[in-house]
Design a binder for this molecule. Structure first.
Ligand code: APR
Length: 235
């Protein structure tokens, strides 16, 4: 499958929806060091802490305050306007692209509303809490369900599909990501090697800004709708 636009999104696109980004000024993620909550080693050492951390993030998605913002909505409009030519590759584990109406989405770092059974390797849509007592609905074992999140040191999902899409796309766009975490941080270089136009829409300069041909600074809720308007009007 080839797409005209491959759009990489990160925590910055959801910031104005009330979901905190990862790399705050204090270097902590919701008060925790990333290595204490987002590694397989942390889960093994302190499963209760890691379950609790993701249970809170998962329940936050159900609250009325968290909704897609103008940036998510604009990308869904773009997909409607260009049918199947858009692929969103998101590092985000929230569901705001889906709620805005986007259809072609790869969650390369997993999803909060999914649970993974380490015993029978099944995945289930999950909106409730998880803990060591949770029973797998498929194999009925306990103590085997984990958040379906790609932690540091684990392989992001669907990388072959993503690599192919980036190699074949005409335009690669990166929105709201600091460009610190590979492999996503390297996509812009792969896209340029394959001859794609590259656009970055971010609040601040990212680690990768220098690699983009068109790098724009500002809020996602403003930059994304205006970029989408340009695309849909053929500018
Ligand atoms: N509009 C646009 N960009 C924004 C906004 C906004 N309103 N608010 C913040 N940003 C930008 C910041 O300037 C920063 O460059 O979003 C970026 C967020 O960066 P990170 O917090 O590092 O998030 P992200 O790049 O998505 O992190 C990548 O790291 O911890 C892991 O797996 C986790 O998927 C995550 C990955």
């Amino acid at each position: 499958m080839s797409y005209d636009y491959v759009i990489l999104t990160g925590a910055g696109i959801s910031a104005e929806s009330g979901i905190k980004t990862f790399r705050d000024a204090d270097g902590l993620w919701e008060g925790h060091r990333i290595e204490d909550v987002a590694t397989p080693e942390a889960f093994e050492a302190n499963p209760d802490l890691v379950y609790d951390f993701y249970n809170k993030r998962r329940s936050q998605l159900l609250s009325d305050e968290i909704k897609p913002n103008a940036a998510h909505m604009a990308l869904a409009e773009l997909e409607k306007g260009c049918s199947d030519k858009i692929l969103i590759v998101t590092q985000n584990v929230d569901n705001l692209h889906e709620r805005a109406g986007s259809k072609n989405i790869i969650h390369m770092h997993g999803e909060l509303q999914s649970a993974w059974c380490k015993s029978c390797d099944s995945r289930e849509v999950w909106t409730e809490s998880l803990d060591l007592l949770t029973e797998c609905p498929r194999c009925q074992k306990r103590g085997v369900m984990r958040p379906d999140i790609v932690w540091f040191g684990e392989m992001p999902y669907r990388m072959d599909e993503i690599d192919q899409a980036i190699k074949k796309c005409k335009t690669f766009v990166s929105i709201g990501t600091s460009g610190n975490v590979y492999p996503a941080a390297g996509f812009v270089r792969d896209a340029r090697i394959s001859g794609a136009h590259t656009v970055e829409l971010n609040l601040d300069e990212s680690q990768q800004s220098g690699a983009f041909v068109d790098a724009r600074l500002g809020k996602a809720s403003e930059l994304v709708p205006s970029w989408v308007t340009e695309v849909l009007s053929g500018i």
